[in-house]
Structure formats: structure tokens, C-alpha cells
Ligand binder design. Structure first.
Ligand code: PAF
Length: 282
């Protein structure tokens, strides 16, 4: 595995691979890698000749300065994990390398970016579109891999790819969970011991809501999830929305779509956790 810090070096490596007819896969990350990220890297390695993993805590997608400061950074551990997973190039640029001047681009990402995270984290998805579009321009990958824990992010990236008419396949990868159900997240390391004990209640409630939903309306199911999680000490649901899996617009009834997903954000103490569950899939 080679560690690259400049865009010029990155371009040299990926251009050489492409000219040799090799396929290129990209896994964009913000580091603090865990088994969930590694599952994306392993899939990328299996499906492409070259795997590029970017490790970059992107400042433009943080609308909360403190969240950016507290975001975990573990570069040496990340590189060791990536080497073991078969990554070809790890790209770890500085902020100045990626943003030599402020990125003033404003993306029109449509309805998928306006709901849920779009409402609670204004500017977040524009920042994601800025960095991911830059990475796509630098690497020109054939495929790019994203985890389904960030369900809305995948829809937003697809919208950005369509808007810019980019030739890249977006590959969604399933959520990886701890044995107790907690969705893996770099933010889990910031939980106190007691918050970590309580955290699986989020996934547990989502899974139980699948049964609950069979005999209750959409609104009742939302109420059930929100009330159950809000009863856990230190937990506060920011939103729970049950939406169409493609448009991400709320559904009123279970018969409204054949692809329905529940998306949740919960503050566990001051740590913001997200998760989601599919009630039905096409
Ligand atoms: O999902 C993430 O870790 C980030 O939003 C991403 C896609 C790497 C962009 O910074």
C-alpha cells in the first residue's frame, strides 16, 4: 500500500492504472476506521483492480465546529487496517491541498437533500457534495463505495452524480452492526461507558418496530419508536421519519410505496448517532 498526500501524486497513480486498463474503486472516508469501513474496502478490493481509500475529515460538511474538533482522528491505526484489507493507495491530503481556496459551489441536490439531515444540518450535504465531487474528479473511479448507515447520503450522492453527469457507479453497502445491534460508527468511541451500554436500544427499537408496524399505522409506529428511545436515560430522538426509499419523502401509509425506510437520529448524551431500517424493499 502506498500513502499519498498530494493530488498530483494521486493523479499520476490512478492515471497510470487506468491507462493500463485496470479498474479503479474509491472508498471515501473520514478516517477513524472501523469494521464497517473495512467491509467497504474489502468489497472494493474484491471488485476492482485498484482500491483508493481517502482519509480526510472534510471541514465543509460540519455545521457544528465542536463536532469537527471532536471528530476522532487515528491516522496510524487507519493505515495499518487499510494495508491489511488490501488497499492499494491511501490518500491523506491536508485541508490546504483539498481547499487551496474556499469552495463556494452550491449544489442543487433536490428533494432528497432537503428532508431529515438536510433540515437539521443545514449545509451538511452541500459540503458532502463538494468533497465527494472533488474526489471523483481527482480519482475518476469506475465505482465508489458508501455505507447504508448514511442512507440519505447515498441518495444525495446519486443526485450529485446525476446533476454533474458523472460516469461512476455508486455501490451501497449494508450496515455493519456490533453483536448487540449498535450500528458501527466512528462516533461510538465518544460514548461514555453508560451511553455505550444504552446505545443498542436504538437498533433494538427499530427492529421491534418491524413487528409493531404490522398492526399499526405509520404515525403510530413513529410514535412508538420515538417514545421508546426517549425513555432511555440521556437519549433524545432528533427525528424519526418513515420515508420512501428512493425519494426520501415521508410516507403517510404503508401502501404508499414498495420501498419504505425508517431513518433516525438520536442524541446519546452529546453524541449524535444515526441508524435506519427497511420496512419493505422492492
Ligand atoms: O460518510 C462519510 O464518512 C463522509 O460523509 C464522506 C462520504 C467520506 C465525505 O466526507
Amino acid at each position: 500500500m502506498e500513502r499519498i498526500t498530494t493530488i498530483a501524486d494521486l493523479r499520476r497513480c490512478v492515471d497510470a492504472a487506468r491507462n493500463d486498463g485496470r479498474s479503479i474503486g474509491l472508498v471515501p472516508t473520514m478516517g477513524a476506521l472501523h469494521v464497517g469501513h473495512i467491509s467497504l474496502v474489502e468489497r472494493c478490493v474484491a471488485e476492482n483492480d485498484i482500491t483508493v481509500v481517502s482519509v480526510f475529515v472534510n471541514p465543509t460538511q460540519f455545521n457544528d465546529k465542536r463536532d469537527l474538533e471532536l471528530y476522532p482522528r487515528t491516522p496510524d491505526e487507519d493505515c495499518a487496517l487499510l494495508e491489511k484489507a488490501g488497499c492499494t493507495y491511501v490518500f491523506t491530503p491536508s485541508v490546504e491541498e483539498v481547499y487551496p481556496e474556499p469552495d463556494t459551489r452550491v449544489f442543487d441536490l433536490g428533494g432528497v437533500a432537503e428532508v431529515m439531515e438536510g433540515r437539521y444540518r443545514p449545509g451538511h450535504f452541500n459540503g458532502v457534495a463538494q468533497i465527494v465531487s472533488k474526489l471523483f474528479a481527482m480519482v475518476s473511479p469506475h465505482r465508489a463505495y458508501f455505507g447504508e448507515k448514511d442512507f440519505q447520503q447515498i441518495a444525495v450522492i446519486r443526485a450529485m452524480v446525476a446533476q454533474l453527469q458523472l460516469d461512476v457507479e455508486i455501490v451501497p453497502c449494508p450496515i455493519v452492526r456490533e453483536a448487540d445491534g449498535l450500528a458501527l460508527s466512528s462516533r461510538n468511541t465518544r460514548l461514555t461507558a453508560q451511553q455505550r451500554i444504552n446505545a443498542p436500544r436504538i437498533a433494538d427499537t427499530l427492529f421491534k418496530s418491524l413487528t409493531f408496524a404490522q398492526s399499526h399505522t405509520v404515525d403510530e409506529t413513529i410514535r412508538y419508536v420515538v417514545d421508546t428511545i426517549n425513555d432511555v436515560p440521556e437519549m433524545r430522538v432528533e427525528y424519526y421519519e418513515i420515508v420512501d426509499g428512493i425519494t426520501l419523502q415521508p410516507v403517510a401509509q404503508w401502501s404508499d410505496s414498495n420501498y419504505i425506510v425508517g431513518c433516525i437520529t438520536v442524541y446519546n448524551g452529546e453524541v449524535r448517532l444515526i441508524d435506519n431500517i427497511a420496512y419493505c424493499r422492492p
